[in-house]
Design a protein around this ligand. Sequence first.
Ligand code: TYM
Length: 333
Amino acid sequence: MKTSSTTPTRIFSGSRPTGPLHLGNYLGGIKGYLALQEKKEYDCIYAVVDLHGITSPYNPQNYPQQVQELVLEYLACGLDPEKAHLIIQSHIPEHIELAYLFSTIYPVSRLQQLPTYKDKKKNQPHYVNLGLLSYPVLMAADILIYKAQLVPVGKDQLPHLELTREIARKFNRLFGKTFPEPQAYLTPGAYVPSLTGQGKMSKTNSKSYISLMDNLETIKNKLAKVPTDTGKGKKIPSTGGVATLFTLVQLFQGEEKRKEYEKLYLSTGIKYQSLKKELALAIYQVLQPIQEKRNYYLRRPKLVRDILTAGEKYARTIARETLNEAKEKMGLL
Ligand code: TYM
């Protein structure tokens, strides 16, 4: 475990256990977690945010398995228990208590205006619950309970991070300086578009993503369905299937390759069949070692339990300290 004599910069992030991680989660979220755990001056805490996951319809019978799967996938992607602390959010109840305290200083009307809330309301009209509305307040508590200064996330989470900064500022103004105003850490893959060519790659649309656990055949089949066009003489598109392919080429095969394809797009045209085949191989080359490492951890449940126990013990000490400080400042202790 990393230790330091000076106060380290704290890093926090998390993902919901709502299904297997996809390329968007990996490139926009996890790659950031991995980059930051390598820096000695950073103290990283990464969470499976299971309490956020239950704000959308879910199956309680499968849920423990989904939580476990995300832990395995984190480790498989390279989260290193020697360099970062791994936790399950609901095991540290201080997150919820701090979220309640924050909920008393944040206006309902502002939460109702958030695009993520409006989208969810549209997508799950029969499941519009209070937890969904206060989702970003719990997220602010996740981050601020560790006084995290840097949060590796994809672009879709930026409005939530802005709200976290607002809560920190307001708390500091009302009760005295307590919390930092955390910044986002964005990777080159901070926005991975959907395979459908519309919107972002997302767990809620199974046609939109390639999962980290997909085999080569599945990846090929999914890429085969990405819509394309001949493009001759047109501008390089910024949306649609071809834009998605170009983004994935850039992220998995590099900028040079993307430029080559862009030139072809504007001149003779692209042979999409071979582009998609090459791209599928490049993606699978990244995913295969992750899949093998997942199997390694799958066969070692005690090791995984020990990693979580150590991470949670470490995180809980910090969480208790911050919660007590907040309660004291609010006149509750
Ligand atoms: P979640 O579970 O939706 O996603 C996990 C991470 O994946 C990123 N991501 C993407 N990045 C690029 N392109 C995409 N298409 C894409 N889709 C998802 C997300 O930005 C995220 O980094 N609210 C959070 C979970 C959370 C959290 C937190 C995050 C709860 N508390 C505290 C940071 C700090 C969420 O739903 O992530």
